[in-house]
Design a protein around this ligand. Sequence first.
Ligand SMILES: Nc1ncnc2c1ncn2[C@@H]1O[C@H](COP(=O)(O)OP(=O)(O)OP(=O)(O)O)[C@@H](O)[C@H]1O
Ligand SMILES: [Mg+2]
Length: 337
Amino acid sequence: MALLEIRDLHVSFATRDGIVHAVDGVSLSVDRGRTLGVVGESGSGKSVTALTVMGLTRLPNATIEGHVLLDGVDLLALPGDELRRVRGKRVAMIFQDPLSSLHPLYKIGWQIEEAIRAHERVSEKAARARALEALTEVGIPSPGDRLSSYPHELSGGMRQRVMIAMALVLDPEILIADEPTTALDVTVQAQILDLMRALQAEHGTAVLLITHDLGVIAETADEVAVMYAGRVAELGALVGVLDAPEHPYTWGLLQSLPSADASRDQPLHPIEGTPPSLIAVPSGCPFHPRCPYVMAVCPREEPALLPTRPGHTVACHLPVPTRRRIGAAVRAPNARA
Ligand SMILES: Nc1ncnc2c1ncn2[C@@H]1O[C@H](COP(=O)(O)OP(=O)(O)OP(=O)(O)O)[C@@H](O)[C@H]1O
Ligand SMILES: [Mg+2]
């Protein structure tokens, strides 16, 4: 059984402008110790999916349907107090902006200690010792001094390390990381990803990694889900999806990725058009208005997410041989050595 299984999740929000169908029938799973990368443009429902796992979309204007099974227990069915026992302890989350989760007015050490004490009965001294250990583990220099620093006294990269320390201090089974490195410059980004990988290997933590950056996914994930307009367009093992992509949207993402050996002035090819409004999602395949390969059936029928090879599913009406031929040509320019 998968550690985390999201099954046919639907999340919509009633707004003044209409109903936002943020997540529309998403099914994903993450196995113990593995990393599932979720990639897609802005507004594809990545964060709403993650926040729903954490119970953070239980808002008055939200309608949530489907199942989020953690080790077989449906988190969506848990009452708030039971969910709070899971959140932080068994499922932890880090965000793009650590300042949104770190309190500006409290010292870092105190905040990590509180995170521990929210879930476990430990003495202040024991909590402090664990906070120190956690800061040491994430590679913060002079961790003893940093316990009494305030968040604003640290650089962005160091703050993200503190976030990771706080998220992992209770040894959660799964870490949800929503654009954890997007706000950081490239060097620091690589360091943080390395750190996450090392900690994951050491603790056997599963990771649900959300990013709009396919490059980050390529370096980190075991499995990839490509999301578009609140749905999964393509899902499979990393190598399958990157080396034999079969969805036109995935092709677009790959072609807009700078390749490692490309000269600087080689043009990138961003996907034409913009992601749809989730209030008025296009009929049929939601990608059809932007798809260079659109066929008559595409606006009429929504393609089901169907297996194309073992462990690789695609939601596209194009005939499989056509998808394979184009997919093989698309991956070539970006193929990793
Ligand atoms: N509380 C809310 N009320 C109304 N609409 C919401 C709410 N939260 C999210 N949405 C909408 O749901 C849609 C999906 O948003 P989401 O944040 O999941 O996108 P995303 O894929 O994470 O994008 P990004 O890459 O920009 O972070 C968007 O149209 C967003 O405006
Ligand atoms: Mg987001």
